[in-house]
Design a protein around this ligand. Sequence first.
Ligand code: ASP
Length: 453
Amino acid sequence: MIVCKFGGTSVANAEQIKKVANIVKSNPARKIIAVSAPGKRFGDDIKVTDLLIELADAALHNGNVVQKLQVVVNRFKEIADDLGLDNTICEVIAKDMQERIAYDKSDEFVFIDNIKASGEDNNAKLIAEYFNSIGMPAKYVSPKDGLVLNDPPERTYALPETYDNLKDLANGEEIVVYPGFFGYTKDGTLRTFDRGGSDITGSILAASVRADLYENFTDVDCVFSANPKVVNDPVGISEITYREMRELSYSGFSVFHDEALMPVYKLGIPVNVKNTNNPAAPGTKILPTRTLTGRPVTGISADSNFSILYVSKYLMNREIGFGRKLLQIIEEERISYEHTPSGLDDISIIIRSNQLTEEKEKRIVSRVKEELHADDVYFRHGISMIVIVGEGMRNNTGLAARAAAAISRTGANIEMINQGSSEVSLVFGVLSQTENQILRALYDEFFAPITVG
Ligand code: ASP
């Protein structure tokens, strides 16, 4: 059995939804589909989720709710009309939206989540309706019946009982159309995942029903070895391991949400990233293991908006508990960190900048100075992380030297180097203005055509 997830561009309009129907029809093993809210139909179009965020904001801050609500309702109406559905589904959607707008606004986060989630929820209802109208028996299933999430403020994740609750989801005759992106806490409060979180829903469904395959349909033929917007015509990846994909999607490969692999990874369920606009293309397979090819590097990703907290103290290495106390301060500010490269007398903590505020920074710096008696403490911003990933990198001598030499040829400075003990990734912290140049240099170094002979 196959669980499929169709992303925003795959369900952006009637034409795309017809492609989805054809894909589902072409293989009876495709029994469950998770869907996103309608995404972009063209370059500067606005995703329904973004329209909904604007709507929620208008409702909370005396904006033009009527007009913003109408834009969303019209978007669904256009899709329904173009699919030849009668007005009933549009009435259902309009009523649902009115109800959500009238919800209690005392907890802004809950209110916003409820509005945001309506994009996937109503799209799932609409798609199920369309499938039925063309003779494909289908049913919309609400996450209310089983997708149980943890409570805030922790990052959203599914509680273990979810997998049991949903295990029989595919037992009926109909195709299950399931909205992505949200679930409910134990007390029945709706919560969304991070942006792009429908990938996570699909993975939870695949794990729950022990699918043979999780197909993630998007708008590219495969995952590329580097960002095609920066590197000219990068090599496509046909097979990649969970671990490689995790490393790459964490740092900028937006094609697949970095948290989405966890549920399927635990059960070894393979994932196939495919293109709704070209379903015959084999796509990229994400697998527990893969056959190694001649190239040690599978992909190179880059992500900006990192900050570094530098801390130095003479004889730091002798001081028992220094690292723990430092990380405790970070924890007390409810900040998660990415890397902690260290020297004898200094340590750097790499943090995603969006977690920091001026106040938090000031508090951290003064606490580290006062409580840990550090000699020097400061933050630096505008840092990018460039990550070179490949199972073939393990035990491959000279790879770090090749990477550093390629970077030095661009004239850019390396702010930080980190290699995880698994040796499948090598991370460079660089100034963001040098990111693209470095990405291209590294790509040329590791992906130059292999010459045989
Ligand atoms: N619609 C949501 C977003 O735009 C979730 C998703 O599409 O996965 O982020």
